[in-house]
Design a protein around this ligand. Structure first.
Ligand SMILES: Cc1cc2nc3c(=O)[nH]c(=O)nc-3n(C[C@H](O)[C@H](O)[C@H](O)COP(=O)(O)OP(=O)(O)OC[C@H]3O[C@@H](n4cnc5c(N)ncnc54)[C@H](O)[C@@H]3O)c2cc1C
Ligand code: FES
Length: 217
């Protein structure tokens, strides 16, 4: 794992509590790999790597002290890239994401041409280059309407991922990015272990993306 410094090019809001941070540097990574970012607390925080147009970028939803600190900085210390990354299966895919993961969605769309659908609670504060639905009802209607895809990839809250799995898994395989708490990101602390049908897995080294039917029925 490499340690490096990231210098912020631009930080801008995508919603009331979510931001995209773009960087001057480039990093080689594969889709859904993440970095651990240092904050004043002892614990480093994981963020999925992505792009925003030509720039390396991450999306950050501010939910606590660490994320608030990250969106206020001009220079960040980070470690990575970590995780196995997600190799999209062949065929036509759809990624379903929140605004907080827009940079990851942009990256996957650029690389494999998958369709992207964004679920947001309220009107985004930027022009989103993908179909965006607002609120729970529109989101459920969107999921029910999706047809003709060979795979789905979902990244968002645990609750959103469960709803997506329930409504999509009869149509095509559903891949989910898991959100377990991480301390080391390296498979050393065992803090991110999850039980799967193939035994215990660690989200940081075996994931973060798993097929939903490996975890849920
Ligand atoms: C592999 C991976 C990739 C991630 N990528 C992104 C990303 O691209 N963008 C993004 O905005 N966030 C991402 N996250 C989540 C992000 O790391 C956390 O939101 C962040 O660590 C919270 O730090 P904090 O200090 O602001 O909040 P804390 O003070 O740590 O927590 C604030 C509140 O949020 C809850 N919480 C904190 N972390 C999590 C978690 N992982 N799951 C569920 N609840 C939690 C706490 O219980 C507490 O109630 C990712 C998480 C993982 C595991
Ligand atoms: S975060 Fe330490 S083992 Fe996964």
């Amino acid at each position: 794992m490499e340690s490096f410094t990231l210098t912020v090019k631009r930080t801008f809001k995508t919603s009331r509590d979510s931001y995209i941070i773009t960087f001057n540097e480039k990093i080689d990574f594969v889709p859904t790999q993440f970095i651990m970012i240092e904050t004043p607390s002892v614990v480093r925080k994981p963020f999925g790597l992505g792009n925003w147009f030509a720039d390396l970028a991450i999306g950050v939803q501010v939910i606590g002290k660490g994320t608030q600190y990250i969106v206020e900085q001009k220079i960040l210390s980070a470690h990575g890239p970590l995780g196995r990354g997600f190799v999209p299966p062949s065929g036509k895919g759809a990624m379903i994401s929140t605004l907080a993961c827009l940079a990851m969605a942009f990256d996957l769309h650029q690389r494999c041409g998958c369709d992207v659908f964004i679920g947001a609670l309220e009107e985004p504060q930027i022009e989103v280059p993908f179909k965006t639905v607002l609120g729970d009802q529109q989101f459920v209607e969107l999921l029910k309407s999706l047809k003709g895809y060979d795979w789905f990839y979902v990244v968002g809250s645990d609750q959103m991922e469960k709803v997506c799995f329930e409504l999509l898994h009869d149509k095509a395989p559903v891949y989910l990015s898991f959100n377990e708490y991480m301390a080391c990101g390296l498979g050393a602390c065992r803090g991110c272990a999850i039980q799967t049908k193939e035994g215990l897995k660690h989200v940081c080294v075996d994931g973060p993306v798993f097929r939903g039917d490996l975890i849920w029925n």
